[in-house]
Design a protein around this ligand. Structure first.
Ligand SMILES: Cc1cc2nc3c(=O)[nH]c(=O)nc-3n(C[C@H](O)[C@H](O)[C@H](O)COP(=O)(O)OP(=O)(O)OC[C@H]3O[C@@H](n4cnc5c(N)ncnc54)[C@H](O)[C@@H]3O)c2cc1C
Length: 500
């Protein structure tokens, strides 16, 4: 089939009925559920972009294997142009959502592509796993599927490993092997957008200990597989708030969920890894599951930071406070953080690495540095927005006030900004900013930048350890090895030595 349209994505969504729980009730019609309606359409728009002449050649390509047009996220990068082609997709999707939707289809499609192109790693442990990964990649690519992922165990007792938890099946684990496949039980989180995706892929970060064999798992299933229960968190908007009042929150809310697997059958041909602690610990670093998707997250993160920075700048300008040194200093700092990420991304793409397989990946040091900086840069952008917007952020009237004839004079007089910024202009801008820096929606976006790909603290520690392995800190040796400067000859005047 190749690239889908938005309508085809929606049609597929309407054709299935996953078990979705939202605020104590089972959702029987996902499409008509107000909370999901707008995000479904935002995702559909991305699928439509693949058919838009303005984007098609930039974000899709003809698949060599099938002759069909597919998204660039499925491209296995073999030359620098391929990395650029991938980036074009990441950028187009991120710009269409202002970087606010982290789990757009391109994200996990890159993960599946990495699994495919690094299937040799899986083959070392079990050739069937490698074959399954390759077949699954083709399935996702050729049907242009939208995936969610659930890789984290529930937060029960982090001081204990999976097999040490109170209940054997709190963490997702294998119950028994059957001729048809593996029965799995337990939970995984935090499956963002899961209610409106086609399939779920399950794998893990490293951290397995001997005894954790049953939890060492990687597999994929359709999201409506019997036994999968999707427990949504509380919605941050109810789907009925006016778009004009919440231009971002009403559009881009990504629902997060706990996935409970109640004795779910995973067919053998959907298993990518099982019962092997060593393989499970090496999967993430060795199968490109960090470095390849980091390209997508780096591009998306840059656009989100740029958007937040631009909102902060416009906010300051609208009320005339960007004439003050302190405000200019804060905004300059944000712009420099955007420029830092932009430069890092360029370097990561220019200084790409070639894996033994021949695949190109963005340079590890710069791409991982983006990941390390975003949890500081993004919250700072939000803080600056709050500081600059100050009390004004809390004073925005509703669209109903704004459009009421009796209030028109007040709206213009008291809500207008500096000369040239009308009441409605300032109100709309401040509402946009409040969605980002005040609403629960905005707080989730901030938490997302901290944790979207694991614990930033442990990630930085891993980065340091890797850096130490690959860099010898030779400048220090150079400094220690500097030869002493030859002593200047002592001067004699009238046969007397001069002492300085
Ligand atoms: C908005 C959002 C969306 C997300 N979307 C997804 C998704 O789609 N799919 C998915 O699978 N995951 C998703 N995640 C989950 C994300 O991967 C995790 O939040 C992240 O890996 C951190 O794990 P945790 O939340 O369980 O925190 P924990 O690991 O429980 O950490 C809690 C705190 O304890 C500390 N800590 C815990 N263990 C250790 C340790 N061993 N050593 C040192 N310090 C430790 C951490 O530093 C942290 O401060 C999402 C998270 C957020 C916030």
């Amino acid at each position: 089939m190749g690239i889908r349209t938005g309508a085809q994505y929606i049609e597929a969504l309407k054709s299935r009925q996953p078990e979705v729980w939202l605020s104590g009730r089972k959702v029987t019609n996902l499409y008509d559920e107000a909370v999901f309606r707008q995000p479904i359409h935002e995702i559909a728009k991305l699928y439509d972009m693949q058919h838009d002449p303005e984007y098609q050649d930039k974000i899709t390509h003809i698949c060599e294997e099938t002759g069909e047009r597919v998204n660039n996220a499925f491209l296995v990068p073999r030359k620098p142009e391929d990395l650029k082609a991938r980036r074009a997709t990441f950028e187009a999707f991120a710009k269409a959502t202002f970087g606010l939707m982290g789990r757009t289809p391109d994200f996990l499609n890159v993960v599946v592509t990495s699994l495919y192109s690094n299937s040799d790693f899986l083959a070392k442990y079990n050739p069937e796993w490698a074959e399954n990964a390759k077949t699954y990649y083709r399935h996702v690519r050729d049907n242009d599927l939208f995936l969610t992922h659930a890789i984290i165990n529930p937060q029960n007792d982090r001081s204990k490993s999976s097999h040490e938890q109170q209940d054997t099946f709190t963490h997702l684990g294998a119950v028994e092997e059957t001729p048809e496949g593996l029965i799995v039980r337990g939970a995984k989180m935090l499956a963002t957008l899961s209610p409106i995706t086609d399939e779920v892929i399950v794998y893990s970060f490293p951290g397995f200990k001997p005894g954790d064999e049953r939890y060492a798992l990687a597999f994929a299933l359709p999201i409506d597989t019997p036994g999968i229960r999707i427990l949504c968190r509380e919605a941050m908007q109810d789907g009925t708030r006016p778009v004009a009042d919440h231009p971002l929150a009403s559009r881009f809310e990504e629902m997060d969920a706990l996935l409970v697997f109640n004795d779910v059958l995973v067919p053998w041909n959907r298993i990518f890894l099982y019962n092997n602690v060593e393989a499970a610990n090496l999967l993430y670093p060795k199968a490109g599951l960090g470095q390849q998707p980091s390209h997508q997250t780096g591009v998306r993160g840059l656009i989100k930071l740029q958007f937040a920075t631009e909102v902060a700048c416009r906010l300051a300008d609208a009320i005339g406070v960007d004439v003050y040194l302190n405000v200019q200093n804060d905004l300059g700092e944000l712009i420099q953080s955007v420029e830092s990420l932009r430069a890092l991304l360029k370097v990561a793409e220019l200084e790409y690495e070639t894996l033994p397989s021949g695949d190109l990946v963005p340079g590890y040091d710069p791409i991982e540095t983006i990941r390390g900086l975003l949890p500081t840069f993004y919250p700072r952008a939000i803080e600056v927005m709050q500081i600059i917007g100050a009390g004004g952020l809390l004073m925005s009237p509703t669209e109903a006030d704004l459009t009421h004839l009796d209030l028109a004079g007040d709206m213009e007089r008291y809500y207008g900004g500096r000369e040239g910024v009308s009441g409605p202009d300032r109100i709309h801008l401040f509402k946009l900013a409040w969605d980002l820096c005040g609403e629960a929606f905005g707080q989730r976006l901030l938490q997302y930048e901290r944790y979207y790909t694991g614990d930033p603290i442990r990630k930085k520690a891993i980065f340091y350890s890797n850096y130490k392995k690959t860099h010898s800190f030779a400048l220090v040796d150079d400094a220690l090895d500097m030869p002493a400067i030859p002593q200047a000859p002592k001067k004699l005047i009238n046969n007397k030595q001069l002492i300085f």
